[in-house]
Design a protein around this ligand. Sequence first.
Ligand code: HEC
Ligand code: HEC
Ligand code: HEC
Ligand code: HEC
Length: 225
Amino acid sequence: MKSRVSIGFGITFVVVGLAVSRVSWVAPAAADDTVAAATAVALTAVGGEGGSYTYIGANKCKKCHLPEHKSWAKLKHATALEALQPDQATEKKAKASLDPKKDYSKDATCVACHSVGFGKPSGYAIPDAADEKAVKESKELAGVGCEACHGPGSEYSKLHEEIMKSKRKYKQDEMYAAGMNKMDEKVCLTCHNEKSPTIDKTAKFDFAKKKDENTHEHTPPKQRE
Ligand code: HEC
Ligand code: HEC
Ligand code: HEC
Ligand code: HEC
């Protein structure tokens, strides 16, 4: 059961079994059939079609992962949606032939890579400016939050809580089975690709270097087997 919804610049979102389950691992910039096929494979890798993972927002991770949260909050991923507002990052915009005076923060083509889970049932949705509640709620998933890289956290955060309380050892496979992404270059390349209007096309994405430079401070897990 698969349906495809196309938004803007041919960005294709694959929604698997929308009516029954809310599976939500989809590359934000999935652009063609090849990527769509890869996404379907990735879905299996993070727990298969039976999972129903939803986004819960970076604040929910904060109480247990304070060093990661604090260091993430200082870096540009956290404020990536703000960069789309008028008079922000003006030089980069001008250089990429974008209009520095224009508000791109409600432009689906841009928001797709500057927020968490855009276009998915529980992901970031562009709020109606008159709806105060929606505006407030949307802040939880604005910018490139934890779950943009680690995957939708509804299930694995419960697993983490259980592991914390029981103090037992765990295998990383348990994390993946609960909806967590395997962390590798592919996660980053869903956004760091040539569909980004500001990308430096001459530079190759150096995963090893960038993951330390621009994700957050790392505290090695102690209970992992
Ligand atoms: C959901 C999309 C998305 C994902 C996934 C993502 N990024 Fe980013 N990244 C962005 C955006 C958008 C910016 C620009 C933010 C700004 O400057 O306001 C950015 C900026 C950066 C920067 C600073 C600019 C640069 O290119 O040097 C680094 C470094 C970076 N990301 C590394 C990573 C790494 C490493 C990963 C994977 C572990 C990753 N990103 C995953 C969207 C993403
Ligand atoms: C395919 C994903 C993707 C799309 C679509 C996308 N961006 Fe980005 N954006 C990124 C990434 C990744 C970065 C950081 C590295 C780079 O410049 O590519 C970034 C960086 C930026 C920056 C620089 C921010 C800073 O603080 O230096 C601006 C400005 C920006 N994007 C604006 C836009 C606008 C406006 C659009 C829509 C017209 C857009 N982006 C669409 C992924 C994307
Ligand atoms: C841009 C992508 C990205 C974002 C956003 C991100 N992380 Fe990570 N995270 C990573 C990478 C890369 C690693 C390192 C994985 C490795 O070394 O195997 C990691 C590792 C971790 C780890 C394992 C321990 C450690 O510190 O290395 C925890 C816990 C974690 N992240 C929590 C968070 C939380 C909480 C947030 C949000 C506040 C967050 N992450 C946001 C990419 C990201
Ligand atoms: C109730 C506390 C709690 C919450 C909430 C929580 N975690 Fe965790 N998390 C843990 C514990 C405990 C571990 C295992 C740490 C260890 O081994 O030292 C862990 C491990 C991790 C790891 C490393 C997994 C691995 O590969 O070994 C990542 C990444 C991570 N958490 C991200 C997140 C993100 C993102 C969120 C929010 C969506 C989140 N966590 C919510 C407690 C929590």
